[in-house]
Design a protein around this ligand. Structure first.
Ligand SMILES: Nc1nc2c(ncn2[C@@H]2O[C@H](COP(=O)(O)OP(=O)(O)OP(=O)(O)O)[C@@H](O)[C@H]2O)c(=O)[nH]1
Ligand SMILES: [Mg+2]
Length: 388
């Protein structure tokens, strides 16, 4: 099936030129012949919906034509519509843009629609749906209304200071501002969850050459994405794959093994590994069972609170503890498949706990963060004025 949606003043003319009959009742589906306006010949028999504005998505008159889905019907319909002067194909996002211009949705809701269209995982879909249905709008609107009221109270006090206004206006205004400050602070303390869900959580596979980083990437990808070899320094470029961990989008990068390299290309590869490591949300540090329990200092330096330590090649390892690192690694073998399902389960749990979309709408764009921070700063300044 194909659906043609025509929005704007010309929507009603479509009846005259394509459908030829009496306009059907608003929002009632009816079956009609669709004609070529140039020749008058029939193109297809389909379902027609007449949706008069302003109670439509764009706020304009809309006509919807549901036809059979074949290519030739589609092409004939596009030609027929193009024949009508003033009808053209919509630009990407134009329906949402018109809805925004006509005040049917605010910018956060329009952004939610765009996010829903590009959502690839469940968490992205749920977050987009919440924003599209006005989650962020409602939150910000409540704050906006509160702020307007508070400034009205303060202005009333300034303008009518000698008149009989309730004596505790100032006190109640400032306690309300403090409450708002705390609400906005909580909103901003989101650990970037909303933005990360939108863009994907960055995970870097890091370690010394030959530790088994590319082997693990291939296991996670369930296909041969990166070259695995016993030649130390095989990986130079960063190789990325996208995963869906129970609804949460994740991007995993395989990196060049970190060590004090002499070759120009290897050095460049290692530079890229460090860049990847710095920008990652989670570091998976793979320790080499062949050289265990020795761990190179460059690898120890990579360990932070966002790291998961794996000791690979457990088929070759005799002891699992080491004096050089505090956190004991999880033992795996990429070759034998040992400990892999436990590790992926743990990684999934970690990602789910950290990046849960929760109950309250989250900031999903830098624009929201900047506006909320600017508002917070202004409110804090007003509290300082109160103390003068
Ligand atoms: N015995 C054993 N060998 C393994 C295991 N995992 C990987 N290897 C081998 O170790 C070698 C290096 O593996 P890679 O996955 O290429 O290692 P890497 O960390 O990507 O290496 P670089 O790209 O050079 O940094 C290959 O010969 C693998 O077959 C394992 O669990 N046990
Ligand atoms: Mg590699």
């Amino acid at each position: 099936m194909s659906v043609f949606r025509i929005s704007g003043q010309l929507a009603s003319y479509i009846y005259k030129h394509l459908i030829h009959g009496k306009r059907s009742l608003p929002r009632i589906a009816s079956v009609r012949w669709l004609h070529d306006p140039e020749t008058g010949k029939r193109i297809d028999r389909g379902i027609v919906l007449w949706l008069p504005g302003p109670k439509t998505f764009t706020g304009e008159d809309i006509v919807e034509l549901h036809t059979h889905g074949g290519r030739s019907v589609r092409e004939a319909m596009i030609n027929a519509l193009n024949f009508i002067n003033g009808v053209r194909l919509a630009e990407p996002g134009e329906f949402s843009a018109r809805a925004f211009i006509n005040g049917k949705v605010d910018l956060t809701e329009a952004e939610g629609i765009a996010d829903l269209i590009s959502a690839e995982t469940e968490a992205q879909r749920l977050q987009a749906l919440r924003q599209m249905s006005g989650g962020l709008k409602e939150l910000y609107e409540t704050w906006r209304v509160k702020l307007i009221k508070l400034s009205a109270y303060l202005e009333a006090e300034m303008d009518f200071s000698d008149e009989a206004l309730p004596s505790n206006i100032n006190e109640s205004v400032y306690s309300n501002i403090r409450e708002l400050v705390s609400d906005i602070e909580i909103h901003l303390l989101d650990k970037n969850r909303g933005q990360k869900i939108r863009h994907g959580i960055q995970i870097a596979l890091l370690g010394a050459p030959n530790a088994g980083k590319s082997s693990l990437l291939n296991i996670l990808a369930k296909k041969d994405v990166a070259i695995v070899s016993d030649i130390s320094g095989t990986t130079r470029d960063v190789v990325k794959i996208n995963l869906d961990l129970e609804g949460i989008p994740v991007s995993v990068s395989d990196t060049a093994g970190i060590h004090s390299a002499s070759g120009k290309i290897e050095k460049e590869g290692i530079k890229r590994s460090y860049i990847e490591s710095k920008s990652s949300d989670i570091r998976i540090i793979i320790l080499d069972g062949e050289t265990w329990p020795e761990v190179p200092s460059e690898i120890i330096d990579l360990i932070n609170d966002d790291s998961i330590l794996l000791l690979n090649k457990s088929d070759l390892v005799k002891i699992s503890s080491s004096n050089v690192i505090k956190q004991q690694p999880k033992v795996i073998s990429c070759l034998k498949g040992i400990g892999i399902s436990e590790f992926t389960k743990e990684l999934t749990e970690m990602v789910k706990n950290r990046y849960d979309i929760g109950e309250n709408p989250l900031i999903t764009r830098e624009r929201h963060r900047k506006a909320a921070s600017d508002c917070l700063e202004a409110l804090k300044r007003s509290l300082k004025v109160d103390q003068i």
